[in-house]
Ligand binder design. Sequence first.
Ligand SMILES: [Zn+2]
Length: 280
Amino acid sequence: MFNLIFIAPVWGPAKWRCTKMICKVFAIAAHADDIEFRMAGTLILLAKAGCEIHYMNIANGSCGSAEHDAETIAAIRLEESKNAANKINAVFHSPLVNDIEIFYEKNLLAKIGSVMRSVAPDILLVDGPMDYMEDHTISSRLAVTAAFTRAMRNFPVDPPKEPVFNQVTVYHAQPHGNRDLLNRFVFPDFLINIDSVIKEKSDMLNEHKSQKEWLEKSQGFDVYLNTMKNFSRELGNLSAKCEFAEGWRYHNPLGLCNTDSNPLRDILQSKFNEVPSGLG
Ligand SMILES: [Zn+2]
């Protein structure tokens, strides 16, 4: 019942967001290169459609090297992430904690909540709710709660920001490798055809040179980019309409947006494909 009491004054006229001139999209993931693996194709299409893109990794990449110390690799990965975000002219928001230190706790939630209010997105893209890695799962929970509390004046955010009263539609990306923590394939609710932008998605991922080189030293040439393409191809095969796709699931709209809100469908139109019923 709390939801219903809370959202009544927050909601505006039905579908008013679809008529806005500029749609704001906020992609939040756990680590540097997570956005590139699971969300970037959709982001590129949204940027081409005129949306304003915001980009944030919650953790700084401090554990992403067997060679450099934490501070050095975090600095390298910050530059790599900025370079990737620049490819789609995204507004970059700095990471907040070290790798493996993404906990569902008050201080981190307050910081993400402050960024959420400053962006006030119409579309929020987050990690999958169940992923092989806890950082991913918890980043999803933090981002959703940060959105849920955007209008709560009595929830203090850090730094302080006035509450915002926008509708926000939340979508979960596929888990890494399209499989959950029990290694079961996760069926998305719908797919976005990314055939036309797979090269640009690959170029964004290619900016994470420290990770690419690290992986290729042990596993061979181009394994980094090909892993991403294989994940995208597995989803393309589900649609039977494209070679490469990204999969998304709807978050429950309570407290967030109208029940029929679906701006990814409205904006991307022909790229949007429901997953055939009976598969999931
Ligand atoms: Zn990750």
